[in-house]
Write a new protein. Structure first.
Length: 259
């Protein structure tokens, strides 16, 4: 019972660290210096070469941890070392710590790339916040409490193991297969003030998201098989179809097409 309570406490503590990193992420990317200690463009402009080297290293470190620890093979090995119920919380905790390190150590390159004014600036700020809203909403469409390890800890507290989450495609997941990542892309790119440092952050994160999604989809196909394959054929990856879209083939729906 003590061990189960400890896992629950660990899951809540990891969630609290995630919460801090998420709030800092909002302030970091949006440059809200009045609320947070350091944002993407704050700090004295230093040497570009050194800044690029450090920023790329920080993002690479985050990408490595975030992708390696998400793979099923790593999880199988890792859950021989730590309790299965604490695996997701550990992932959340280490990811959040990596993000805090990145925000803290990020070197700004504040040279401007674009500066929007008036209605364009307001629209970009609106799209930026829409992106964050999509990120948060998407976690609830999958299962917020499972993604952040709280569900697994709660099951452990009751003395059972959480069953794996089934395939889901509600709401935004009917428009694109990865709304959460689409939200991040909006939040990173839609800004009235784009600097060289911010552009580096947006470009590298976009590349990482595109590579990460290949790995995630490989795992999703292994987990959900034919169901995910059909979903993949029917629903675009990141950009929603604006009008109509392709009619699903009979093989995708199981229902013969009307002539
Ligand atoms: C951080 S979430 C990102 C989900 C998705 N890539 C997105 O951008 O909206 C990653 C987790 O969601 C799960 N996942 C992704 N798509 C799913 C789906 N359609 N149904 C159930 N789980 C899904 C993956 O297995 C993974 O554990």
């Amino acid at each position: 019972m003590i061990a189960r309570l400890f896992i629950m406490f660990y899951a809540i503590a990891s969630y609290a660290v995630f919460f801090v990193s998420f709030i800092w992420a909002l302030g970091f990317v949006g440059n809200y210096n009045q609320f947070i200690a350091k944002s993407i463009d704050t700090g004295p402009p230093g040497d570009w070469g050194e800044a690029i080297l450090i920023d790329v290293a920080l993002l690479a470190l985050f990408a490595l941890q975030h992708s390696v620890m998400a793979r099923p093979a790593f999880k199988r090995w890792w859950t021989r070392v730590i309790p299965a119920a604490a695996e997701r919380s550990t992932y959340v905790l280490l990811t959040s710590l990596m993000l805090l390190l990145l925000f803290w150590q990020w070197r700004p390159i504040p040279a401007p790339v674009w500066q929007a004014e008036g209605i364009v600036a307001a629209s970009l700020t609106g799209m930026h916040w829409l992106g964050w809203l999509i990120v948060l909403a998407s976690t609830y469409m999958i299962n917020h409490f499972d993604l952040f390890g709280l569900r697994q800890a709660l099951f452990a507290l009751r003395g059972t193991e959480a069953p794996p989450e089934p395939f889901k495609a509600p709401l935004l997941y009917r428009l694109v297969r990865h709304p959460l990542m689409l939200g991040f892309l909006l939040a990173f790119w839609a800004t009235p003030t784009m600097t060289v440092g911010h552009l580096l952050f947006a470009v590298l994160n976009t590349a990482y998201i595109l590579v990460g999604l290949q790995l995630e989809e490989r795992d999703l196909i292994a987990a959900f098989g034919e169901t995910y394959q059909r979903y993949r054929e029917r629903v675009p990856m990141l950009l929603p179809r604006l009008i109509g879209g392709r009619r699903p083939a009979a093989s995708e729906t199981g229902v013969p097409r009307a002539p």
